[in-house]
Design a protein around this ligand. Structure first.
Ligand code: G6P
Length: 609
């Protein structure tokens, strides 16, 4: 975790670096810091907590220079504090780092033996000392970085400056994201594209084991041994405004409201209605390969895991292939039985989640095909997959995932159509029907968003509750899990999602007049069963917030609150029922005054185990 930014050019580095860090705060906000290099002198400013604190420090004690690095931290080694904040300095070398150095204790001991003293509890500080150690003898900055990085084990993206080397910056990547931007006589480096998008659209993606040296107005990419690597930049078409709040109070609300567009974009060009099939450009799997699939694993973390659970219903129903859904941190260590005819599907909005990436590598090492569904095109997970389906949700800044989740469900539906057609388990006619339903989805999501005022009123009524229960059956159970996760993530209210049929096996003991129970009960094959469960809650004085569709409205009489979403095919209903739950969590969090976009202890992209 953490975000890094670096700049070498003609402008004031601090302005550029701070601007970049602001766009990377979703990666962590335990502390922030900058360092600039000017006239053989390095100046460092750091502050615990959010970027705002660093900005205050900088306004009191500004720094200058056209070459600078910055960092926003999500604490791993060492608590959040100013001492542990990056950049870390040792004898003229200053470093910002994202990742974890696994052998840092071992290296620290060796360096201590050579007389190095450490100021922080971080693993990062050893990089500064290692580089310093080599630089002392060779006086070769780039060579010293190379030697130092050859010693460290683990994951890193680093940007490094040296007091004695004016206007030179070295950056390198191994296992953590790092992109390079080229402007007019200036260069940028950062953990993610939005950090530099207002300055350049010419982006070069670094691979693991690559290092880049900026200096003299140019840049040079090499491997760690110093061999030159030819790279050409790609032009990124994202609009920087897309990454701004666009008039909404929070990114999360903006992103909830972006769902009709995000879904339409994810569908664009992928439905061949006439043929009754889905066209997935990056899937890279032939009909023969899809026909040969014996089983599927879907592997993910957090909200993406909930999307995976919905995916199981879609794929098993229409493709008749057994599907196992795994949490990535479990999959990677349980020696899963992946065979040559296994398809492993990784779901990740960021494409950088460490556990999901490790699960991908585990599956790849065992054989079979590996496909990912991801929202960040050039991130690590799609780059290492055999095939990719990109969700086109655009950048998601709010830590609590919303549009990335619903577009994952759309992508899973498209994949189901493609596999189902290739195996003929799904008829062209049924596929066409599903395509028709998908095309109606953006409009139905818009209609669902009109429930906002009603949901805000419900939020006022229930905001003081200590616990919430969310119930659903079938593909509404993952939607219930996701609704509960959204509420706990941003409002800090304890919430649990449960299969409605399991209520009687434990959670019913919790029900009393204090307990709001959100029941997902659209009209489908199990709605009568869910209704019985709802009655069990009401019989114990529990408060029911029911979410149903136009056909289910009549059977939801006597509930405390009723939310009615448009009717859509059962396969897509989890998309519509999730949206009121996103808004419910959002309004409760706003009423409670929590930090909606950056909830405590959470980060958008978890690049550590
Ligand atoms: C973090 C985020 C969650 C997200 C999870 C998986 O915990 O806070 O919102 O669902 O990571 O992220 P991914 O990028 O792999 O979907």
């Amino acid at each position: 975790m953490c975000g890094i930014v670096g700049y070498v050019g003609v402008q004031e580095a601090t302005t550029i670096v701070l601007d970049g860090l602001r766009r990377l705060e979703y990666r962590g906000y335990d502390s922030a810091g900058v360092a600039t290099q000017q006239n053989g002198c390095i100046e460092i400013r750091r502050a615990e907590g959010k970027l705002l604190n660093l900005e205050k420090v900088l306004s009191e004690r500004p720094v200058q220079g056209n070459c600078g690095i910055g960092h926003t931290r999500w604490a791993t080694h060492g608590r959040p504090s100013e001492t542990n904040a990056h950049p870390h300095y040792a004898g003229g070398i200053v470093v910002v780092h994202n990742g974890i150095i696994e052998n840092f204790l071992e290296l620290k001991e060796i360096l201590r033996g050579k007389g190095h003293n450490f100021n922080s509890e971080t693993d990062t500080e050893i990089i500064a000392h290692l580089v310093e150690d080599y630089y002392k003898t060779d006086k070769d900055f780039v060579g010293a970085v190379r030697k130092a990085l050859a010693k460290v084990r683990g994951a890193y993206a680093v940007a490094i400056l040296c007091e004695q080397e004016p206007a030179t910056m070295v950056a390198a990547k191994q296992g953590s994201p790092l992109v390079v931007g080229q402007g007019n006589g200036e260069h940028f480096v950062a953990s993610d594209i939005p950090a530099m998008l207002s300055h350049t659209r010419e982006i070069t993606f670094l691979e693991d084991g690559e290092m880049v040296v900026f200096g003299g107005g140019g840049m040079e990419v090499t491997d760690l041994a110093g061999n030159l690597i030819e790279k050409s930049p790609k032009t990124i078409t994202w609009d920087p405004i897309m990454a701004e709040k666009g008039g909404y109070k929070h990114f999360m609300l903006k992103e909830i409201y972006e769902q009709p567009r995000a879904i339409a974009d994810t569908l664009a060009g992928r439905l061949t209605e006439d043929e009754g099939d889905a066209y997935l450009e990056g899937l890279n799997l032939s009909d023969q390969q899809l026909q040969a699939v014996d089983n599927i694993f879907i592997v993910a973390c957090g909200t993406s895991w909930h999307a995976a659970l919905v995916g199981k219903f879609l794929l098993e129903k229409h493709c008749r292939i057994p599907v196992d859904v795994d949490i990535a941190s479990e999959f990677r260590y349980r020696d899963p039985i992946v065979q040559s005819n296994t398809l492993t599907l990784l779901l990740s909005q960021s494409g950088e989640t460490a556990d999901t990436l490790a699960a991908l590598r585990e599956a790849k090492a065992k054989g079979g095909q590996v496909v990912s569904i991801c929202n960040v095109v050039e991130s690590s997970i799609p780059r290492e997959s055999d095939g990719v389906i990109c969700t086109h949700a655009g950048p998601e800044i709010g830590v609590a995932s919303t549009k990335a989740f619903t577009t994952q469900l759309v992508a899973l539906t498209l994949l189901t159509m493609r596999i189902g057609r290739s195996r003929n388990s799904l008829s062209a006619e049924n596929c066409r029907d599903l395509a028709q339903e998908l095309l109606k989805l953006p409009r139905k999501v818009e209609a669902t968003l009109e429930l906002n005022d009603q949901i805000e009123a419900i939020a006022r009524e229930f905001m003081a509750a200590q616990d919430f229960l969310y119930l659903g059956r079938g593909n509404q159970y993952p939607a219930a899990l996701e609704g509960a996760l959204k509420l706990k993530e941003i409002s800090y209210i304890h919430a649990e999602g449960y299969p409605a049929g399991e209520l009687k096996h434990g959670p019913i003991a919790l029900i009393d007049e204090q307990m709001p129970v959100v029941v997902l009960v659209p009209e489908n094959a199990t709605s009568e069963k869910v209704l019985s469960n709802m009655k069990e809650v009401q019989a114990r004085a529990g408060k029911v917030i029911a979410v149903t569709d136009a056909n289910g409205e009549s059977f939801c009489d006597n509930v405390d609150s009723l939310l009615v979403v448009p009717k859509i095919t059962d396969d897509l209903m989890p998309i519509l029922t999730s949206i009121p739950l996103q808004l419910l969590a959002y309004h409760i969090a706003v009423l409670k005054g929590t930090d909606v976009d950056q909830p405590r202890n959470l980060a958008k992209s978890v690049t550590v185990e």
